[in-house]
Design a protein around this ligand. Sequence first.
Ligand SMILES: [Zn+2]
Length: 345
Amino acid sequence: MPVSASLRAFVEALPKVELHVHLVGSASVDTVLALAKRHPEAGVPADRQALAEFYEFRDFNHFLKVYWAVQSMLRDRHDIETLVVGLAADLAAQNARYAEVTVTPYNHRLDGMPGDELLTGLATGRARAAAEHGVELAWCFDIPGEKGVEAGRETLVFALRERPDGLVSFGLGGPEVGVGRAQFEPFFTAAREAGLHSVPHAGETTGPATVWSALHDLGAERIGHGTSSAADPALLAYLAEHRVPLEVCPTSNVRTQQVESLAAHPLRRLLDHGVAVTLNTDDPPMFGATLNGEYLAAAEILGLRGVELANLARTAVDVSFLPGQRKAELTGEIENLVAEYGFLA
Ligand SMILES: [Zn+2]
């Protein structure tokens, strides 16, 4: 059902937080244009029209091609800063106030970027995000799982040694098939003991067993995706009872063909079982996703009402790793907006 103009305005005005977005995957056409001009030898189109065509989602393999093309242009602190500030501008356009952004230090190191360059680019980008766009950023350093335990060890050592401002969590990404979660248990234990939150991907491309493993082996406090939990009633009950939230990314799930269509997405089923669900974009420009678009699709295609959209925004604030004071402020803003629009609980 098409959403009303007032619901659309409400979604746009809703203060939002984004809890699942990958830094490299967040690069918009404008950002890539700046990088391509700086690094012409990378062979990425530096002409807007050609780049926009290159960027259009075709299939998952093409997405990977775009992703690695962007990754190949990240050489130093300036490139990282460009990426971070570009993401902040895009978040501000969605009225997103805060984001927890996944960074994969191991991949940058493999590409020859010294750790200091990465950290300086993140720090200057983060300061500019706040000053120029009013967007607060935090970091999740994640292990590229397909690169094995060595990547796990190195990511942990880097995270704990450097502990940059804004680092709040420790993650695990990359393909799930053939990449068991349990092998990374020692790194997650050490990260948690050092005060980082555990937020591994699980149950995106594999079944509920991976989510159970993330919970039991990695002490997951939030699950990246976790959509396949919908197939396991005992797991749904566990997630609801222990309030382990899922970072759901509906458009991403369609693009990677984990669900057939948005209409077939288990978002509603997860909510009906009392699971704490947040809406996120994963790799937004590469998947043609926006945060407002995810909320609108939840209304238009899955039939969520205004009050339910407000609840999704409240949940995201609540399960973020923001300090309590900031959570209270953002929740207050959401309440004021709900009152203004009359979407009463
Ligand atoms: Zn992800």
